[in-house]
Write a protein that binds this ligand. Structure first.
Ligand SMILES: Nc1ncnc2c1ncn2[C@@H]1O[C@H](COP(=O)(O)OP(=O)(O)O)[C@@H](O)[C@H]1O
Ligand SMILES: C[C@@](O)(CCOP(=O)(O)O)CC(=O)O
Length: 662
């Protein structure tokens, strides 16, 4: 009999309450296992794994036809202009089937991928990175996978001990004894013997030692997740008002380390090291009953498009003691934690460090909310580590789930974000993004031919808050609806023109195409100035760069300070390089920082378990090591995607396409 969504939800909650896999859940899981076994051709490339499979509806990456981004289609009337106030939580598109845990049959079966490759994404040495796509014989798009053993996500570690060559009973007792040699057991040793597993005899003391050991073990291994920053090339602010924007992933990243605590520790800690925020909550004292009540409960598959003010209010007593100017990150964490977790969520310490400047227009908030969303999904068993065994559609579903809940976190930090930042931080690469109707998923078109561009990124070091700038544009539009509407339409037009150039495989950065792109950058900046979101320091960058004639400059992100980027003209004359160096020197003298970063790289990634080193000498990355890493370079050297690479023992990415063959 097919398993219904409702059935499984009930089974899920019952199992959660008991902390076990219920018989009906197991039945449902085996049903799905059977389904997959029947569907999949046998393959010898499988690794033993414990995948979570589900039947969530697939990510609809609605392609935006070129005509859609024309000014006529992007009129201000059709755009959804959202005020800073939060609305009622809306849930759209609940999945047909909830997640299921699937243990590999152990028969060496793996789903054979229709299209896959073990290629890894190249990174360009200079500013931008060019990724091509490879078309399969069917003409459709493929993606690359990193071969990796999926983690035993919901599997307590003790089960690992119980596996192996010996019988379960032998294994468990020997591990228990070993553990107990180094600890003080909370029981006496002279207990009556009673029948054990497989008809063997085991003593009650051993049973208790096992339960003691279980309590002392963390439920899951430590792991890490990471997500990139982004650069909005065209369309910031307008995108909040329903227009299109073009954005690309940037090679600066946030890293989140998740350390699991012994089961008898019932606390959860959020340590945001960059902002000196370190707070611990007692898990059971959190308002689970309210968050899990039928009227409020949201599950992993739900697309939540606005925050619930009552849920936010319920969190206040747990946030009020956090005095930190960046405290909204804690709100984001707690909101998503309570929505996705349960009283039985594993005790853990979440430690975050980021190489992205905070509040500088590079999407630092989205990068951290993507990390938090991915970590919480992984922890609760709702994601499979990316591997060659993942269907393309599953990969897309997992990315959608991460992205949807990262957006919830973004709403906690920003109020009314467009969602472009978290979409890029989740999926990586470059996208054309538009969210006309906030009650529906955004339209996202991946830019297949995003070119390598000569770019300079400058941080003015002028702090500002996205939420305030978005609210300021909102205010201006209210007082000057017609004029602002026209300016937003003009930005939309700029984005549409840029899109034709950036998504064109014949684009050449060394000819007139670059000049057109540069001019569009300058026009877009001018329109943002008119919307009132520039800053004297941003104007100074523009003056220095444009004055030297080396390129075209625009603020990126919310403006009001933060970052600007310049599209640089090709170095053609002998003095060109010297001019660029002079510009960099002047900017530095004025207290600004220039970045060398690449665009168009990977989105969210996972390092499971958190280990580094060559296969034979792998060591765990502890939270202490992570915290001790010296500055951004230290973080990159210890856990960085560049340092550890990607692959089975390194970072895994949910990727949706393959680079095109040269
Ligand atoms: N490294 C970080 N650690 C903790 N919180 C962060 C970090 N980076 C960003 N945030 C959160 O994001 C907010 C900044 O978001 P925002 O002003 O939109 O800047 P950005 O343009 O970089 O996204 C901060 O107030 C904080 O809550
Ligand atoms: C201004 C805006 O378009 C981009 C904000 O980017 P950032 O938070 O400054 O990185 C707001 C949004 O898209 O939600």
């Amino acid at each position: 009999m097919p398993v219904s969504h409702e059935d499984l939800k009930m089974v899920d909650s019952a199992a959660d309450l008991l902390g076990v896999a219920s018989p009906s859940r197991k039945r449902a899981e085996s049903e799905v296992s059977r389904y997959y076994d029947a569907q999949e051709p046998a393959s010898s490339s499988s690794s033993p794994s414990n995948d979570l499979l589900d039947g969530v509806q697939s990510l609809s990456l609605s392609h935006i036809p070129d005509t859609d981004i024309s000014p006529s289609n992007g009129s201000s009337e059709t755009s959804s202009y959202r005020s800073g106030a939060v609305g009622t939580a809306a849930s759209t598109g609940a999945a047909a089937v909830p997640p299921l845990q699937r243990r590999d049959s152990g028969r060496g079966r793996a789903r054979e991928l229709p299209r896959k490759s073990s290629l890894s994404m190249p990174t360009a040495p200079l500013t931008f990175q060019h990724h091509h796509r490879k078309n399969s014989s069917s003409g459709s798009i493929s993606r690359i996978y990193t071969a990796a053993a999926a983690p035993n996500i919901r599997q307590p570690l003790s089960h690992e001990y119980l596996r192996g060559s010996g019988s379960p009973a032998q294994e468990s007792t020997s591990v228990a004894s070993e553990t107990l040699q180094n600890s003080t057991p909370p029981f006496t040793s002279n207990e009556a013997a009673r029948p054990g597993l497989n008809g063997r005899t085991r003593s009650l003391s051993r049973t208790r030692s096992l339960s003691y050991m279980k309590r002392m073990e963390p439920e899951l291994p430590d792991f890490m997740v990471s997500a990139p920053a982004k650069v909005i090339m065209y369309g910031e602010h307008a995108v909040v008002h329903g227009k299109a924007a073009i954005a690309a992933a940037l090679s600066l990243r946030s890293y989140l380390h998740v350390h699991h605590l012994p089961r008898d520790n019932r606390t959860v800690t959020l340590h945001l090291a960059d902002i000196d925020l370190n707070h611990t909550w007692d898990i059971e004292s959190l308002p689970w009953d309210f968050f899990n009540s039928p009227a409020k409960k949201r599950i992993h598959f739900d697309t939540v498009t606005s925050l619930d003010p009552e849920l936010l209010e319920a969190l206040q007593p747990f946030l009020s003691s956090i005095v930190n100017k960046y405290h909204s990150a804690a709100t984001a964490f707690l909101y998503v934690y309570l929505c996705l977790g349960s009283k039985h969520s594993p005790a853990a310490v979440f430690t975050l460090r980021s190489t992205i400047p905070i509040g500088a227009g590079l999407g630092s908030s989205a990068s951290i909310t993507v990390c938090l969303s991915a970590a919480l999904h992984l922890q609760s068993g709702m994601l499979v580590r990316p591997s060659a065994k993942l269907f393309e559609e599953e990969c897309a579903r997992q990315l959608k789930r991460i992205n949807d809940w990262a957006f919830v976190g973004e709403m906690c930090i920003h109020g009314n974000p467009s969602g472009v930042d978290n979409t890029v931080a989740t999926g990586g690469k470059a996208v054309l993004f538009r969210r006309g109707d906030y009650s529906k998923p955004p339209e996202v078109k991946r830019l297949e031919h995003f070119p390598e561009l000569p770019l300079m990124l400058v941080n003015t070091n002028q702090p500002r808050r996205t939420a305030e700038l978005v609210a300021a544009v909102h205010g201006l539009r209210n007082s000057h609806p017609t004029t602002c509407g026209l300016m937003l339409d003009a930005i939309d037009n700029v984005t549409a023109e840029a899109m034709m150039l950036l998504d064109n495989k014949h684009f050449r950065p060394d000819d007139s195409h670059l000049t057109r792109l540069g001019e569009l950058v300058r026009i877009n900046h001018g329109l943002l100035v008119s919307l009132g979101v520039s800053h004297p320091k941003l104007e100074r960058v523009r003056q220095i760069v444009d004055g030297s004639g080396i390129g075209w400059t625009k603020l990126t992100g919310a403006g009001g300070g933060g970052c600007a980027f310049s599209v640089l003209k090709p170095i053609q004359m002998p003095g060109d390089e010297a001019k660029k160096l002079k510009v960099e020197e002047t900017l530095k003298e004025e207290g600004m920082v220039t970045y060398e970063a690449t665009l168009g790289g990977d989105g969210v990634g996972v390092l499971w378990p958190a280990m580094h080193g060559k296969p034979e000498e792998r060591v765990s990355i502890t939270k202490e090591m992570f915290l001790a890493a010296d500055g951004d370079d230290g973080v990159e050297a210890l856990v960085g995607v560049k340092a550890l690479g990607s692959g089975r023992l390194a970072w895994g990415f949910w990727r949706e396409w393959l680079p095109e063959e040269a």
